[in-house]
Design a protein around this ligand. Sequence first.
Ligand code: FES
Length: 98
Amino acid sequence: MQPDDELCLCFHITKRKVTNYIRIEKPKVASQLSECGGAGTGCGWCRPYLAKLLEQSVSGDVDGSSEEISSDEYAANRSRYVRDGGGTPPAGATPVDP
Ligand code: FES
């Protein structure tokens, strides 16, 4: 994923926005990332990725360069997750592929 790709597709929050939030606000736990525009509070798909970004910030890899999934693959996996009953996106979220 690239910095300007959406990490939270429910609230249209980019990876860059989350990494900047981590850099500036220095959250202690991943759940605090919900204060970054509601990230992770929709379908829940992005929560493991939010936690991983926070872990990477502790290890000094704040750009998350070890994350090699493409944005298309990420969105497709999220669609599968929602279709399988993993969570419900809010109104206005990036649509789930049929
Ligand atoms: S993609 Fe972040 S809560 Fe749904």
